[in-house]
Every structure is written in structure tokens, then in C-alpha cells.
Design a protein around this ligand. Structure first.
Ligand code: FES
Length: 143
């Protein structure tokens, strides 16, 4: 009997490890997918190859590009070849806003912002700040 218990335990540990490994792979795959088309250059700027980011294929599309120089940042397509980079820190008390469909909502107190960062509901009284960006030859550099 004592020989069976370690074997059974080993099998259970192996199953748990396999499940954990599978979960890790899934998380890694999601991260890799989110990072497609987005790189960071030596200056710490986000360098976005726009055609590789499906979320930016249409006007109004938006994508969270992660933290750029310490600022949670998103990019929104505002026109045929124009983009806006937004500082996702809520202008009320600085909590990072979250995407809700084609807009942004602050999870702290419910302020809402249009896709381009314009405030649409308080308590925030100001629109999301912009992050410097430059678009040239299909590449958007942010930060
Ligand atoms: S911090 Fe965003 S609404 Fe208060």
C-alpha cells in the first residue's frame, strides 16, 4: 500500500504540473499575440508596425500597447493615417482606465472617456492626456 501512495501522488503532481504548464503556455501565447507588431526601441519608446496590429485596421480601433516610459498607454486610430496615443491614467485620481467596447471606463469611480480620450462622464473633469507620438512609413513611434 505504501508503494501505491507515492506513485499516486507522483501521478497527481505530474497532472498538476501538466495543467500548470498548459496554462503557462496559454498565457504566454496570449502575451505573444498582444505583442505582435509592438516593439520597444533603445529609447524606451513603443514602436508599432501598424499593419501588424489588427485592432488598428479600422478608424476607431484601439489597442493597449503596455507601459511606455512608465505610463500605461494605448493607441487609437483616429483617421485614414492618423493615430492618437493616450495616457490611460484617469484624470480623476490616476487609476488606469479599461477598454469597454469603443470607449474607456475607469474601474475606480466610473468616469468614462471616448475612444479618443475625450471625457464623457465624471467624476473626471478632463480628457485623458496624450502621449507624444509620430507616424511615418507605416510605423508609429510612441513615447
Ligand atoms: S480615479 Fe478614475 S474615476 Fe476616480
Amino acid at each position: 500500500m505504501s508503494e501505491i501512495t507515492p506513485t499516486r501522488r507522483t501521478v497527481l503532481l505530474g497532472l498538476c504540473g501538466a495543467v500548470a504548464a498548459g496554462l503557462g503556455s496559454a498565457l504566454l501565447a496570449e502575451g505573444a499575440q498582444a505583442a505582435t507588431g509592438v516593439a520597444v526601441n533603445a529609447a524606451g519608446q513603443a514602436v508599432i508596425t501598424v499593419k501588424k496590429v489588427p485592432a488598428l485596421a479600422k478608424v476607431g480601433g484601439m489597442v493597449n500597447v503596455g507601459t511606455v516610459k512608465g505610463v500605461p498607454t494605448a493607441v487609437v486610430r483616429t483617421g485614414a493615417a492618423t493615430y492618437a496615443a493616450l495616457d490611460l491614467r484617469c484624470t480623476h485620481q490616476g487609476v488606469t482606465v479599461q477598454p469597454t467596447g469603443a470607449s474607456w471606463t475607469c474601474p475606480a469611480h466610473g468616469s468614462t472617456f471616448a475612444a479618443n480620450g475625450a471625457v464623457t462622464g465624471g467624476p473626471a473633469g478632463r480628457s485623458l492626456a496624450g502621449v507624444p507620438s509620430k507616424f511615418a512609413k507605416g510605423v508609429l513611434t510612441v513615447g
